[in-house]
Design a binder for this molecule. Sequence first.
Ligand code: CP
Ligand code: NVA
Length: 305
Amino acid sequence: MDRNRHFLSIADWTPARLREALDLADRLKADPDAAGRPLAGKTLAMVFTKSSTRTRVSFEVGTHQLGGQALFLSSRDIQIGRGEPIADTARVLSRYVDGVMIRTFAQEDVEGLARHGTVPVINGLTDLLHPCQIMADLQTVRAEFGADLSGLVVAWIGDGNNVANSWLNAAAQLGFRVRLACPEGYDPDPAVFAAAEAAGVVELVRAPADAAEGAHVVTTDVWASMGQEEEAAERARAFDGYHVDAGIMARGADDAIFLHCLPAHRGEEVAAEVIDGPASRVWAEAENRLHAQKAILTMLMGTIS
Ligand code: CP
Ligand code: NVA
């Protein structure tokens, strides 16, 4: 499988290809029509087995802006939800559509879709990764600190989850540093962490204040991700103290910004004074999902005319 034909993980794309996508995302932000209509006559299937606001709407609107059409396919309605194998779904969808975006639980299902289908597959979030989110986050960070990310320090406070894992992949590819503060038992994926460690770009600490020290970006996510609802009470206890508040932001660099992929829980992982305060860039970050994904759609599905 040619992993450049898909966007399954940030780790699959070279630094040059990631930068090409981010540069195109910037051009599309400045001019939404900068790429023309590269998806004219094309269809993106969007398979969701988890909820979404931003991913669904930004992919649907982005595909439309690029001249194509998007199909929203909830697992509640299609046969995947009744157990049709992912391989069969991949073979069939490939005969109708020009690309598939999928949000689901197992990374292996996204990989299987790419392996068994013949069209590009985009990972719209799994339990392991959230690569599209980090492309939008990188676009937001570049707007603030410039395109050379080499001196950047990103502080991740909280759960070593899918978003954290994709931050680590991005750091390994692009050469900035991530300092994570996770409670014991909630560290990032071991293989993703090992790759970032081998690249010399990661440090794991336990105290949020230590992670935030001098950081340019302070970021966090919910304590319980989708699919972990039953662990919510246990997680609330484990993550007590893992809040981003004004005190944590004050530890960061003078021009530090706050990011959150959203949805956010004010009063839990982030204080309202931070997410609704002057350092917050979360609305630009959410907007950038549209631009970054249009760049990815253009690169994977676009017809060069
Ligand atoms: N950040 C993000 O992926 O949001 P949604 O779950 O609303 O798509
Ligand atoms: N970590 C969160 C991200 C939501 C966009 C989740 O997986 O639910």
